[in-house]
Design a protein around this ligand. Structure first.
Ligand code: ADP
Ligand code: MG
Length: 238
């Protein structure tokens, strides 16, 4: 397998083509952005940590029956994945109110929702994240109703699997964002599952262990990312 041209560069990763049209290489960057690119910085070691966290969580999901793009890690920062045609929406699953939802439904941050909420946002380059619904997605020709229901079903299963797993390592899964892509006639879970794309709070202190530490200048940003990985790997492997 040979790494070829850069396909695209986003906020947290670069994606490269390979000599196999069905495979791509994800390169995880240390760069961090917030507030739709208004705030920029670096989180030292983030690329390597997110690469390792993605390997861990995508493998755990695969073992639980959730097919996804992950194949293998290539080195500390890079993973080999199935090259999908990304469907330009993200599904956000929320268990506890945080971020933009607090303003939207006027519930205080930290309120546990009586059932998980699944939101759909449009991925539109720099103009990020307008909230849309199934009818927008269908009208824009991005996916069918059946495909939306399929993806939302997967998102709910991922929520159950990850919430249960993370509880064991004293992390509360507050919310997270998933992307899916077309791979032949399949729709596969793709992109990343990391502290860049999830809100992870310590179960005891309810302190964020994720990108919010960078967003809101909470300090100990690098340590929080390392802490999440260490909890996942267990003490003996680090
Ligand atoms: P963004 O700034 O849009 O969040 P990222 O830096 O997270 O971008 O990721 C870079 C790009 O890689 C994104 O457009 C993402 O949708 C895409 N991507 C992720 N996984 C895959 C995959 N398996 N195949 C093709 N593209 C992918
Ligand atoms: Mg992204």
């Amino acid at each position: 397998m040979e790494i070829r041209e850069l396909i695209s560069e986003g906020k947290g990763k670069r994606i490269y083509a390979t000599d196999d049209p069905n495979l791509a290489v994800l390169y995880f960057k240390d760069e961090a952005t917030a507030f739709h690119g208004l705030k920029r910085g670096r989180i030292l070691g983030k690329g390597e940590i997110n690469n390792a966290i993605c390997r861990h969580l995508f493998t755990l999901l695969k073992d639980a029956g959730i097919e996804n793009h992950f194949i293998s890690t290539l080195d500390a920062r890079q993973s080999l994945v199935k090259r999908v045609q990304i469907i330009p929406i993200a599904l956000k699953v929320r268990n506890i109110v945080a971020g933009s939802l607090a303003q939207r439904i006027r519930f205080p941050e930290g309120t546990r929702l009586s059932s998980p909420v699944v939101e759909v946002v449009l991925k539109d380059g720099e103009i990020d994240e307008s909230l849309i619904n199934n009818s927008h997605v269908v009208a824009m020709g991005l996916a069918t109703v059946d495909e939306m229901n399929y993806m939302k079903g997967i998102a709910r299963k991922v929520n159950d699997i990850l919430s249960d797993y993370l509880k064991e390592i004293n992390i509360e899964l507050i919310d997270f964002k998933l992307e899916f892509g077309r791979y032949g006639d399949q729709i596969l879970l793709a992109d990343e599952i990391s502290p860049d794309s999830c809100r992870f709070w310590d179960s005891q202190t309810m302190e964020p262990l994720d990108i919010d530490r960078f967003r809101y200048n909470l300090g100990n940003v690098e340590q929080a990312y390392q802490d999440v990985l260490h909890r996942m790997m267990g003490p003996e492997e680090n």
